[in-house]
Design a protein around this ligand. Structure first.
Ligand code: HEM
Length: 488
């Protein structure tokens, strides 16, 4: 069954990337007077950008999400609070979760800039996301919004400024924001069947890839006397607070750009021979699985290709099973193994591919991250990044992703694929670009294996290039659910 998505009730950022809204700032807010905040919320409702709108026609957008302490502070009934997903209730910072996500050593929550302490767990309530076409429109919009916060009983705990880097790149110098799942039931077409995913993987209230409805946060009918919320799909006797909402994973990931490229330079020197010249750009692209311009190695293994049609419509099983083009441990191949999820072949390749594609639909995320900090060089070209002097400035990615089951989707990708040294038969190879080498033992360095003929090549001594500096799990409700919360 293809259910159509109620776009007018879904916050826009979940469905659209707001690529044209190049400027953005994220405010982490503390509620100091919940009555005033609920009044403000009610007045904000018409302003919250929904997904049934063309992004071509808007110059600004505003989105709202809550932490668990936030929904509790706004008097969501205790019986309803218990029905939220456990990851959200517990928060990103528990001992177990820090181990699982690799948030240790320099990435340990006690070193975070926000979200890492118990105080922050209880006092960061609301995430207000403001987007605009350019910096000056954003500044204007921000000032307008900021002026309402005092009277709304809201205090800015942290403000996170983003930056849009040239050429749609992230700080290491690679084009970002290419591969994304597309929700079935939206007026989107995709020529890539593997990318069409049931809405329930991202939104509560719809069927997921198990043909089931994710357990959504619910409210007892007596706690919704005005009958604002629809019936829950799993238990129609309850009211669905989650419908058209999603879980948002927010991580501040600091990137050590010079260290990453120094490693690629060293590895290139080690591998370089007269007959087989190797550049740092080649090594780094092998580690990501795409060239800096975004073209995928599986489709163009020898040199980048500029034709964007081929950028996301590919699999690994038929043309690159052994990883000779895109290595098996590359960032994009482990974050989404596509049609090559099952590596224990049954002997029937078509069947393996079909099964892989079906399974993989259960482990997708919608990425909506934004960079922060100035680029090391304006050109964003690897050769210039390598030449540039270390400027010791903070830069990185506000990694944001949406999913309806944090444990099965985001956390599984992070723990079982990105940080797993034994991913797909590898040995001591977590993600070479963003993984946590300490998973192999305190102070350990790791290896990147490039499958090759006649023998594989390896880059050893890989350290950590991406450290976590903040984070939290949020609930981004549908607009109708926002109305309910504001009515409490
Ligand atoms: C600073 C940290 C990170 C950087 C610099 C980074 C960079 C990139 C780049 C350049 C791409 C290829 C372009 C694209 O398809 O959009 C990509 C793809 C991707 N990344 Fe990351 N990433 C980071 C963190 C993460 C994390 C934490 C996750 C999940 C836990 C993740 C999951 C993915 C996924 C799912 C894809 C798409 C794979 C595909 O479908 O082909 N990334 N990333």
């Amino acid at each position: 069954m293809n259910e159509s998505v109620e776009l007018h009730d879904v916050q826009g950022i979940i469905i659209k990337g707001y690529d044209k809204l190049k400027a953005a700032t994220f405010l982490l807010l503390e509620i100091t007077d919940s009555t005033k905040t609920k009044q403000w919320l009610a007045s904000q409702l018409p302003m919250v950008t929904h997904a049934d709108i063309s992004t071509k026609t808007i110059t600004t957008a505003v989105q709202l999400a809550f932490t668990y302490s936030g929904v509790a502070a706004l008097n969501v009934p205790a019986e309803a609070l218990k029905t939220f997903p456990p990851e959200f209730i517990e928060g990103m910072v528990t001992e177990h979760r820090s181990r699982m996500l690799g948030d240790l050593e320099d990435s340990a929550p006690d070193k975070w800039k926000w979200g890492g302490t118990e105080k922050d767990f209880y006092s960061i309530h609301l995430l207000l996301m403001l987007y605009a076409t350019d910096d000056s429109t954003l500044q204007h919009f921000y000032t307008e919004q900021k002026n309402t916060l005092d009277a709304a009983g809201l205090k800015i705990a942290y403000q996170l400024e983003t930056s849009k880097l040239p050429k749609e790149k992230e700080h290491f110098g690679f084009r970002d924001g290419i591969a994304q799942p597309v929700m079935r039931g939206i007026n989107h077409t995709s020529d890539n069947e593997a990318n069409l995913i049931k809405p329930g993987e991202f939104l509560f209230g719809y069927q997921n890839e198990y043909e089931k409805y994710m357990f959504s946060p619910t409210v007892a009918p007596e706690n919704d006397p005005a009958n604002i919320l629809p019936a829950d799909m799993n238990n129609p006797l309850l009211k669905d607070l989650g419908r058209n909402g999603s879980m948002l994973v927010f991580r501040q990931l600091e990137q050590n750009v010079k260290a990453f490229w120094a490693m690629a330079e060293r590895a290139a020197k080690e591998q370089n021979t007269h007959d087989d010249p190797v550049t740092p750009e080649y090594i780094a692209s092998k580690m990501l699985g795409r060239w800096p311009n975004g073209s995928p190695l599986t489709k163009c293994p020898m040199e980048p290709d500029a034709s964007k049609e081929t950028f996301d419509n590919f699999g690994y099983a038929k043309h690159d099973y052994d990883g000779l083009k895109c290595p098996i441990g590359a960032h994009i191949r482990r974050a989404n193994p596509r049609d090559n999820f099952l590596r224990d072949s049954t002997g029937d390749q078509e069947k393996d591919i079909e099964k892989s594609m079906k399974f993989m639909k259960r482990f997708r995320i919608i990425r909506r991250g934004r960079s922060y900090g100035a680029p090391l060089v304006e050109s964003m070209e690897p050769k210039d990044i390598i030449q540039a002097a270390e400027d010791h400035k903070e830069r990185g990615l506000y990694f944001l992703c949406f999913n309806s089951n944090i444990g099965r989707q985001y956390e599984l990708i992070q723990q079982t694929w990105i940080n797993n040294p034994k991913f797909a038969g590898l040995y001591e190879d977590p993600d070479p670009m963003i993984g946590y080498p300490g998973i192999m033992g305190d102070g350990a360095t790791t290896t990147f294996t490039e499958q090759a003929v006649p023998v594989r090549k390896q880059v050893r001594g890989i350290t950590r290039f991406v450290n976590v500096k903040g984070g939290g799990y949020f609930f981004m409700p549908g607009l109708n659910a926002l109305k309910y919360i504001s009515s409490l």
